[in-house]
Design a protein around this ligand. Sequence first.
Ligand code: GH3
Ligand code: MG
Ligand code: MG
Ligand code: MG
Ligand code: MG
Length: 335
Amino acid sequence: MDTLTGPAGTRTEASTGRLPGSEPKVLVIEDTVTSAAVLARHLEKMGCTPLLAHDGEGGLELFFRENPDVVLLDVILPGIDGIEVARRIRQSERPGEWTPIIFLTARSDDRAIEAGIEAGGDDYLAKPVSFVVLAAKLRAMLRLAHAQQNLLLLTRRLDEANQKLRRLTNLDGLTGIANRRGFDDKLAREWARCRREERPLALLMIDVDHFKAFNDSLGHLAGDDTLKIVAATIAGSLQRPGDMAARYGGEEFAVVLPNTDLAGARHIAERIRENVEKLRIPHPAQGTAEHVTISVGGAVAHPAKLPAMPANRLIDFADAALYQAKKAGRNRVVI
Ligand code: GH3
Ligand code: MG
Ligand code: MG
Ligand code: MG
Ligand code: MG
């Protein structure tokens, strides 16, 4: 795993002329072969690894292949010039990525300097190059690049932490399935999607039968264990990747079934009911079924045909069906 590193550069390095870090790669794009060779020799003395290119195309190729730490870029080059090379490097960078570019200019040509910096250059060195100034500027650029890399790393970690937090805040602590917040998000998203795609959306509301009596008889811890098993059974009864089971609250669960019509919803609701009954979790309280069972109320809507209806209305319809299932004797599906 990569780690954040401290600021590069120490007084010792500055006084010896050596550059910080482990042999920074410096790409030199310079068409005058002798100047390039002299630069390369000095860069080696500073502890850098020089990479040489004598035209723009070759320079870009080396840039993308070697991912250098700094680029020294001549302005006037055969083929594509330095300004264009800088522009292409900048275009290739993703947000937060940055490789320092120092232009090498033949004269103190204000316009060339302006154009170079405009194209994405960060600094310039006038030719003939002073190697003291070159070392100082390289050191400054490496320091900045380092800080930038740390920032990028931090940003990525923050993004990851945020994603993790969002996942956690949408999960129920007891059962591990989605919680009320996750359900609300999902229902709103699927409602909008089914409206766009002109497809039906089904919602099931599920309530454990006589669960108060279960708790009163066996205690809340046994009740919690049962809720975990029931939650896993409901979630395990779903087959499509877009389906979602959530704990709506207490001993109530909700299931969102996108692209599902009435027949499909009935089928899945019945499967869930059966799967819970088949668990054969003993329910000892007098006057109830012998095993833990659930009642399921469902509703199906075509959001595209109901432009004025808010998604939450579907919960009311499913709740009303659930009430009917309870009234009709529990352990049954009403849709
Ligand atoms: P019905 O068949 O009408 O749904 O009867 P019921 O007893 O299940 O209905 P009621 O809504 O009166 O009771 C729900 C009970 O669920 C109350 C509470 O003891 C229990 N319950 C709710 N949340 C939890 C929980 O997180 N853990 C445990 N162990 N029990 C819970
Ligand atoms: Mg040149
Ligand atoms: Mg209830
Ligand atoms: Mg109740
Ligand atoms: Mg209940």
